[in-house]
Ligand binder design. Sequence first.
Ligand SMILES: N[C@@H](CS(=O)O)C(=O)O
Ligand SMILES: [Fe+2]
Length: 230
Amino acid sequence: MALTHPLNPPELPSHCTLPPGSHCSKHNPHPPNSFQSLISTITDILGPSSGLDSTDIDVNDLKSAMRSYQSHEAEWAEYAHKDLSRNYTRNFVDRGNGNANMLILVWTPGKGSLVHDHANAHCIMKVLKGKLKETLYEMPSVPDTPLTVTRSTVYNSDEVTYISDDIGLHKIENPDPENIAVSLHIYTPPWAEQHGCYCFSEKTGKKTKVQMKNYYSVNGLIESKKPQSC
Ligand SMILES: N[C@@H](CS(=O)O)C(=O)O
Ligand SMILES: [Fe+2]
């Protein structure tokens, strides 16, 4: 996909009479899109497609980039497929040179994910629309024991949060009974897609391996209807 950074707009053709740095819809029909610029910036931060190792990634840079983007629905709407028969849809956006999975999740009103881990990877989430409630749990030190809640936070549109298995487990819910919520998730390295992750029962702590390699849509196009979430 064509990625254009707003700070470095493409040169206009020499016969264009607009001032330097302007967007010329005649010569470039796609206006610079800040969402695509964010994806490009994240890909740059993650670096070239080699040496995948979570310790190489500066998570603070990723968080800052996610915070600086101001959500505009028209910029990401092509990825945000809702399906009210599911708790949420997972829509693939980009692979960041093979170093990540960038997904847009569309949350059905009043629904959420099961408690899950993040396959030893970083997960940064930005709310693009609506509100999302995150409930954090301690990572159980003894298998098959009830989970302990450590914190519960509601994030508004444009807010960013981060989780890894070092912090604990979480579940995400859309607390609005009527309106969908939308979020952007960066998983790096893409271990959940490659190896799956675990979902946990809150009451018993029993964990179940779940495949995370199926998506509701890829690059905006709806895939076959396979199970694809916790
Ligand atoms: N990690 C979850 C979404 S969330 O509840 O953070 C997933 O990728 O399906
Ligand atoms: Fe998660």
